[in-house]
Design a protein. Structure first.
Length: 121
C-alpha cells in the first residue's frame, strides 16, 4: 500500500505537466503581416496531434497534412496551391493563452510572413 501511494505521489507532477499543455482546439483568426489578409485556422488537438484546416487567401479551407503540438510549440504542414500549382506551407508558432504567434512560409522558403491569431470561439 505504501508503495502504491509513493508511486502515485511521483506521478502527480507528470500528470500536472501534461494537463498544463496548450489546447489549440477551436477557430483562430488574425492578420498576416504585409498581406492585408487574415489567416483562419480551424484546429482540433488531441494529445500532441493537431488536425484541421487553414483557409487560403480566397477563404477556401486547406487541409493540415501534419500537425503537432508539444507544450506551447505548434507546427503544421498545409497542402495549398498558388496560381494552380501545389504548394506546401510550413506553419510554426508559439501558443500563449488565446493567442498564437505564427510564422508561415512555403516549403522552399521563397515566401513567408508572420501572423498573430486569436481564438475566436
Amino acid at each position: 500500500m505504501l508503495r502504491a501511494i509513493s508511486i502515485s505521489i511521483l506521478l502527480l507532477p507528470a500528470l500536472a505537466w501534461s494537463a498544463a499543455a496548450a489546447d489549440v482546439t477551436g477557430k483562430w483568426t488574425g492578420p498576416m503581416e504585409g498581406t492585408g489578409r487574415d489567416v483562419v485556422l480551424d484546429l482540433k488537438s488531441e494529445g500532441t496531434s493537431v488536425t484541421g484546416t487553414m483557409s487560403d487567401s480566397e477563404g477556401n479551407p486547406r487541409p493540415i497534412t501534419k500537425g503537432k503540438l508539444e507544450d506551447d510549440k505548434l507546427s503544421l504542414s498545409v497542402a495549398s496551391e498558388w496560381q494552380g500549382s501545389p504548394v506546401t506551407l510550413l506553419v510554426t508558432g508559439t501558443v500563449s493563452g488565446d493567442t498564437i504567434r505564427l510564422t508561415i512560409q512555403t516549403e522552399d522558403g521563397a515566401w513567408g510572413t508572420d501572423a498573430v491569431v486569436k481564438k475566436s470561439n
